[in-house]
Write a protein that binds this ligand. Structure first.
Ligand code: NAD
Length: 250
């Protein structure tokens, strides 16, 4: 059990990649804060996890948090501290995507993308580091292959994920003195609701053909990198962006 006695916040953990990370962290002994965009979503996801892992019942804390709302983020962090007293791992995973030409993009599209993918991540990190700096810990950000290579009609999303990479490296430099490690994972194409909403079947087949491992990942294929980065196996690793994309970007 690589994460025994650890408390982990995982934003966007009601479904998709975040939910797979939550499952793996629970299997490795962590207590996990399940964050959903609403409290109902978080409670529903927690219920499902309890059904699959009955022994982990007291290891779950469901919290509704809107990544666009500073007060909501502060309340989530305060709830974790008042429940469990400390935070060892923060996974900044909540995110949105969009497929739009720059010519069709409105100011609101730009603001929304940055509100969730960048400002939400920065605010959550700031609030967590207020506590984590006393104990040390691990921060893992979810980037994307689009944050390395860009993407056609994905200019807002790409900008937000390039920002995530810059934040990762800057915070690794700034927070190392507190023994806080900061890394990112850049997934390729993963079969989640987000992917289904933004990638057509034809695009999906094209991406599979372009991937050396000739398949599309499932969330469970991505979660292992988050376990490695959160565990002591990575205790001298900070400021890295690990690509988990079947070789699509190289
Ligand atoms: P998903 O849509 O299944 O999950 C996204 C999660 O973020 C959900 O739990 C959702 O509730 C949460 N979220 C979105 N907006 C929020 C808000 N305003 N407040 C609180 N929570 C909010 O998507 P996923 O594919 O699991 O994506 C997870 C992360 O992985 C994202 O950061 C995404 O950019 C990244 N990613 C996904 C892929 C892919 O192919 N699926 C590839 C690369 C990177």
């Amino acid at each position: 059990m690589k994460l025994e006695n650890k408390v982990a916040i995982i934003t966007g953990s009601t479904r998709g990649i975040g939910n797979a990370i939550a499952r793996l962290y629970l299997q490795n002994g962590a207590r996990v804060v399940i964050c959903g965009s609403t409290e109902e979503n978080a409670i529903r996801a927690t219920q499902k996890l309890k059904e699959s892992f009955s022994i982990f019942e007291e290891y779950l804390l469901p919290v509704g948090v809107d990544m666009k709302d500073t007060e909501s983020i502060c309340k989530m962090v305060e709830k974790v501290i008042s429940t469990w007293g400390h935070i060892d791992i923060l996974v900044n995973n909540a995110g949105i995507t969009s497929e739009k030409s720059i010519l069709d993009s409105t100011d609101e599209d730009f603001y929304e993308m940055f509100d969730v993918n960048v400002l939400g991540l920065l605010k959550t990190t700031r609030e967590v580091v207020k506590y984590m700096k006393a104990t040390g810990g691990v921060i893992i950000n979810t980037s994307s292959m689009v944050g390395i290579n860009g993407g056609r009609n994905q200019v807002s999303y790409a900008a937000s994920k390039f920002a995530v990479n810059g934040i990762t490296k800057s915070l690794a430099k700034e927070l190392g003195k507190y023994q806080i490690r900061v890394n990112a994972v850049a997934p390729g194409v993963v079969g989640t609701d987000m992917m289904k909403e933004s990638v057509t079947e034809e695009m999906k087949q094209r991406l599979i053909q372009m991937t050396p491992l000739m398949k599309m990942a499932q969330p469970e294929d991505i979660a292992g990198a988050y376990l490695y980065l959160a565990s002591d196996d990575a205790n001298f690793t900070t400021g890295t962006i690990i690509q988990v994309d079947g070789g699509l970007v190289m």
